[in-house]
Design a protein around this ligand. Sequence first.
Ligand code: SF4
Length: 202
Amino acid sequence: MSNNNTVAYKLGNSLYLNVTNRCSNDCVFCIKKTNKGIGYDLTLSEEPSLQSLLNAVGDPLGYDEIVFCGYGEPLTRIELVIAASKELKRLGAKSIRINTNGQANLIHGKNVVPELAGLVDVVSISLNAQNATAYGELSQPLKVNPEEAFEAVLEFARECKKHIPRVVLSVVKWPGVDIAACGRIADDLGVDFRVREYMGNG
Ligand code: SF4
């Protein structure tokens, strides 16, 4: 366990915020399972407060986008994400994105998506798989069975489509993932689709 506490890190002209290591999944390809999947050690010795997060960002005008991401599910800390987004927007942030596993409504036991409306410009949801069976094998949800988790992800995407300007479903190229079938799910939902290369081979 590292004592590193990287809260913000830059990739291209985007600033990524690492707010928690907690997650409701245990994906087989999670960068948590590798040493240096993206070149930064994102193990948090403690979760950042709102103020320390804002301090780590500094002036948001210097970035094309601010992304809540990290070694865990950022919407585990939805209150922090909302408070930080409000302040970053007030300071002129051009675009705010959340990279999420799509289980926030399961985690919080209610529909939280409307709370993100007007603050978040892009939500990128890890679909990961074409059906609940494959989702269970790849994402290994910790709190509910794969069917419930997969349906919750789809429902989250439908809700985001109502409230967020841009919604993306993403998959990682991985054995057993039917990319074409995942793309059809995105099409049916009327959202964008992105295929990612596995990054965790450090
Ligand atoms: S949802 Fe993301 S953070 Fe959570 S286990 Fe999967 S890859 Fe890791």
